[in-house]
Write a protein that binds this ligand. Structure first.
Ligand code: OGA
Ligand code: NI
Length: 366
């Protein structure tokens, strides 16, 4: 009897998920038709509602690193490298200010994402896809068919080949995306230099390993949610990247897990959030941490964020490269904690599970 009921429940869920996906209108589509109760497919499991419920004091902040004048003085650069090392080791997250990306470029990018999501459904639908071979994809919940609960979020993903050949990008946010990614790639180069030095390696080390080679720009739109306590904007996860640079608007909701408690990543005007991804935790042999984070749903919205994931050498026109703990960081006292793996192997693990599963790098632990 019980088994039959569970079976029926699962069947209903599958049907509801498919029906939602078929609308191609995403979560925004639900809000637009006046949904006042969060549909069942979005309701987060009870353990997610209670686990790690307490939050650190709201004024607790992840480190803020000021890059102003970094190229003007060796002493200042050294000091910044120290700050990056400590932040990457103890927090896995920091914010940068005076990073060289003009505020107008940040604002335009956020506005571009709003325009994309708020255009007519017929124009937006054209981009709706789950085909990972597409260089530009719009959808709601990339893991819709795997995750235990769907998130209150719609997403446009643009891969590097689309940015390199901009006619592939949606025209409504094309110029903004080109301009923003141009700046963010430069900042990424600079950060990989600082991170290399923070590991005691030469400036070009991570870049030469191909960490900055390829990226995906993931633009999230989190509509206002009528019952935010029942669902999540993004479930708890760590990032499948070397490094992520995140632009968020001023609404807030991003939290990181530290000592089993959630810490708010409060938006700083003009700031960018930087976090260590899973691959860099592996390559640094745990000297840096890839920290789990999540985004709360909010009665206020939409909230917009743009995550640029640096994902290494994964282009189909180049041989896949294997990554593992960096040789220079390994010694008798510091044996490797992970085996080498291909990025494609990692992504295979990542996409075959929900965002809410344990970080995929655990599969490569020795
Ligand atoms: C992500 C992510 C956070 C945010 O895209 O991996 O964690 O604030 N985004 O949207
Ligand atoms: Ni993330």
């Amino acid at each position: 009897m019980d088994i039959k009921l569970v079976g029926r429940g699962e069947y209903d869920r599958a049907t509801e998920i498919k029906a939602f996906d078929d609308t191609k209108a995403g979560v925004k589509g639900l809000v637009d038709v006046g949904t006042v109760n969060v549909p069942k497919i979005f309701i987060r499991p009870p353990n997610e509602q209670t686990q790690f419920a307490t939050c650190h004091p709201p004024n607790m902040q992840i480190p803020v690193i000021d890059l102003h004048g970094i190229d003007d003085s060796d002493d200042l650069r050294k000091q910044i490298v120290d700050e990056v090392r400590i932040a990457s080791k103890t927090w896995g997250f920091f914010q940068v200010v005076n990073h060289g990306v003009p505020v107008s470029v940040l604002e335009d990018m956020i506005h571009g994402v709003i325009k994309l999501n708020e255009q007519d459904l017929d124009a937006k639908k054209v981009w709706y896809s789950r085909d990972r071979a597409k260089t530009v994809r719009f959808n709601s919940n990339y893991d819709l068919y795997h995750a235990r609960a769907a998130n209150w979020r719609d997403t446009l993903s643009c891969t590097r080949p689309a940015v390199d050949d901009p006619k592939q990008l949606p025209s409504v946010c094309r110029d903004e995306t080109i301009e923003y990614t141009k700046h963010v790639i430069n900042l990424g180069d600079q950060l990989f230099g600082l991170l290399s030095e923070a590991l005691g390696l030469k400036l070009d080390h991570l870049k030469e390993m191909g960490c900055a080679k390829n990226y995906t720009c993931v633009c999230h739109y989190y509509p206002a949610c009528p019952e935010p306590e029942l669902t999540m904007g993004s479930s708890k996860h760590s990032d499948p990247s070397f490094l992520t640079i995140l632009l968020q608007d001023q609404i807030g909701g991003l939290q990181i897990l530290r000592d089993n408690q959630w810490v708010n990543v409060n938006p700083i005007s003009g700031g960018l959030v930087v976090n260590i991804g899973d691959f860099l935790q592996v390559m640094s042999n745990d000297k840096f941490q890839s920290v789990q984070h999540r985004v709360l749903a909010n009665r206020i919205g939409p909230r917009v964020s743009i995550a640029c994931f640096f994902i290494g050498q994964t282009r189909t026109d180049q041989p896949d490269k294997s990554y593992g703990p960096i040789k220079e960081l390994i010694s008798k006292d510091n044996p490797p904690l992970y085996r080498d793996f291909l990025i494609s192997e990692y992504h295979g693990k990542f996409v075959s599970q929900g965002l809410d599963e344990k970080p995929a790098f655990h599969h490569f632990k020795l």
